[in-house]
Design a protein around this ligand. Structure first.
Ligand code: 5CA
Ligand code: ZN
Length: 469
């Protein structure tokens, strides 16, 4: 898939995920199919976070003085903020920002909520739209100006160790979310020049898209005490003195859905993991003039049984060519197609075609067992999709010994480059410039002795770099 961008744009339209014709740049419309895909993705995210986070919802507008309070943070976002300046014809005394993210919306309230050590930890999340006036090339779901599906978690802790533990915990939660979506990832600690504005450090998830470029699909930030000091978030300790709290935050966006589409899709179109597919099973009756009603009745009963079992099933009884139906549902990424014709009914069989392999399988039909049979097939598909996407990812991570080799690899195989790095900022930035890449970050610290591939100083880390979205 050389022209991934074009493929991506086309499939969003053809599969009716997003309408990109809304007349504001970087802002798009979720169509019914896309909305369902988004809903099921959010169900997975919610299920993971709901275990020990409370869901809340804060206002969209942030007063200028609150946004401006944290100096480094506001500096990081100043080019990207949309402002509300008027109420009707009246100029507002205090400008209001459309949230680019919600630290400065939430933390003035955290100041009021956090009282005593017994209030901690606090863990909240919200799924809202956020606004960023992105100046780089916008792309639906990938770089938008209205992020419609921003799931941001914010936690408050009594001590540094707890906040650090929360960062590791959040990484674990995100792993389980991406595993459910069969989206593979690399995890790195971002270099200092690329961390979240106001964070002590940022841990990021990146996936690899078919054109060899990576996409940041989630980030976990350790905020230390920076915001707690700015917003006076303090708590009373057991011994009665007052301490600044420690905080973390972590977020996901529409990019999670972009990665599901991008990672699994192929020439035929979407290929959706069963967990989030708007339709998990489509039944296509194979109809001849004779016995039409019997076949349809049989298909309806099959649909009902599968629906009772909790599956999302569509019966396509339109009066059009079967081939046209097959094409359409494959393009839309429905994980399983079932075909049932008069001969199947006679023989007690049916046909299953998994979207990921497109290989026809003839199975025994038994209404009592059909639910289990189909569920098993769906589970197989989920497993196969997970294995395949991880394999592709791993095949596209290349270890290099030198800068020239990195350049050659990037030009030929694309993908992610793994290398030994000294950790020095000027060396890292030099490497980014030479190779026209982004240094994703540090994957792990080096145990053995090695030289930095760029400057030959002693290497401290294994780091990753790639061309990125
Ligand atoms: N407050 C923190 C944690 S929620 C925060 O805003 N982090 S962030 O800036 O890194 O954004 C969280 C995630 O949103 C990023 O990892 C990235 O995957 C996604 N994201 C950022 N900007 C955009 C954008 N313009 N369009 C789509 N997704 C975006
Ligand atoms: Zn170096």
């Amino acid at each position: 898939m050389s022209k991934f961008s074009e493929w991506f744009h086309n499939i969003l339209e053809e599969a009716e995920i997003i309408d990109t014709r809304y007349p504001v740049k970087g802002m798009h419309v979720w169509l019914p199919q896309g909305f369902k895909l988004r809903k099921h993705t959010l169900e997975i995210i919610g299920k993971v976070l709901d275990r020990d986070h409370e869901e809340v919802q804060f206002p969209l507008l942030i007063p200028e003085d609150e946004l401006a309070k944290e100096g480094i943070h506001v500096k990081g976002f100043e080019d990207e903020v949309y402002w509300v300046t008027h109420g009707g014809l009246t100029k507002l005394n205090k400008k209001l920002a459309l949230r680019p993210t919600s630290e400065t919306a939430m933390y003035p309230l955290f100041n009021l909520w956090v009282r005593s050590h017994s209030d901690l930890p606090m863990k909240f999340y919200q799924t809202v739209n956020t606004f960023r006036y992105e100046t780089r090339h916008t792309r639906p779901l990938i770089r938008v100006r209205e992020i419609t599906t921003f799931t941001e978690a914010h936690t408050v802790h009594a001590d540094k160790g707890d906040a650090e533990k929360q960062v590791r915990e959040a990484v674990k939660l995100y792993k389980s979310i991406f595993d459910s979506l069969a989206v593979p990832y690399v995890i790195t600690t971002r270099p200092d020049w690329d961390k979240f504005p106001g964070a002590d450090y940022t841990v990021a998830f990146d996936t690899l898209l078919p054109d060899g470029k990576t996409l940041q699909i989630g980030t976990v930030h350790n905020l230390g005490q920076t915001f707690a000091r700015t917003f006076e978030i303090t708590y009373e300790t057991e011994s009665g003195d007052h301490q600044y709290a420690y905080q973390t935050c972590y977020g996901l966006s529409d990019r999670v859905i972009a990665s599901v589409i991008g990672v699994h899709g192929d020439e035929t179109g979407l290929c959706l993991p069963p967990a989030v597919a708007p339709i998990q099973v489509v039944i296509v009756p194979v109809i001849f003039k004779e016995g039409k009603e019997e076949v349809l009745e049989f298909c309806r009963k099959t649909q009902e049984t599968l629906q009772d079992g909790g599956l999302r099933v569509h019966l396509d009884d339109r009066d059009i060519r079967a081939g046209k139906k097959y094409y359409e549902w494959e393009m839309r990424g429905v994980p399983i197609r079932i075909e049932i014709g008069p001969r199947d009914i006679e023989n007690g069989t049916f046909v299953v075609v998994p979207r990921n392999t497109k290989k026809k399988e003839f199975l025994d039909y038994d209404l009592e067992k059909i639910m289990a049979t189909v569920q098993e097939k769906l589970d197989d598909i989920s497993k196969e999709m997970l294995e395949k996407s991880w394999q592709t990812m791993k095949e596209n991570i290349n270890t290099v010994e030198g800068v020239d080799e990195a350049m050659a690899k990037l030009n030929k195989d694309k993908g992610i480059i793994s290398f030994s790095w000294c950790g020095d900022t000027s060396c890292g930035k030099d490497l980014e410039e030479k190779l026209r890449v982004d240094l994703l970050g540090v994957q792990e610290d080096l145990e053995e002795e090695a030289e930095c591939v760029n400057c030959s100083a002693p290497a401290k880390h294994i780091a990753l770099l790639a061309r990125t979205y």
